[in-house]
Structure formats: C-alpha cells, structure tokens
Design a protein around this ligand. Structure first.
Ligand code: ZN
Length: 66
C-alpha cells in the first residue's frame, strides 16, 4: 500500500491564484509528488489576504524543465 505522506515535500517558487483579489501572484508552492499546494502562512503581496486556500497554478522550476 502506497501512502502519499511518504513522498518528499519540496518548497519551490511558483505562482498562485489569490481568490481575494483574483490576481495571480508569486508565492512558495509545496510540491509533493504530482500534487501541488500553497505553503501555509503566506500572504498576498497585492491585497494582504492569506494565501492558504489559494490555488497553486505553476511551479517555476517545472516550467524551466519543460
Ligand atoms: Zn490578493
């Protein structure tokens, strides 16, 4: 049986969608296997809202590798 928790988590620079101001902003994105998640505790540089529930759009290092 395979557990997702066993995969290493990488914190990488990326871009997330802020639901409060509906802009895409740069933030640290956690990458676990193929799953991506916004790192908790960050705030939006535009509207200062919490990015905890924001959607992770891109991880920059993945774009560079593509
Ligand atoms: Zn915002």
């Amino acid at each position: 049986m395979k557990s997702n928790n066993a995969l290493p988590v990488e914190a990488l620079p990326g871009r997330v969608h802020c639901y409060m101001c509906t802009h895409n902003v740069e933030a640290t994105v956690l990458k676990r296997g193929s799953a991506r998640q916004t790192q908790p505790g960050q705030t939006c540089p535009r509207c200062k809202a919490s990015l905890d529930s924001s959607y992770a759009l891109e991880v920059f290092s993945e774009l560079a590798a593509a």
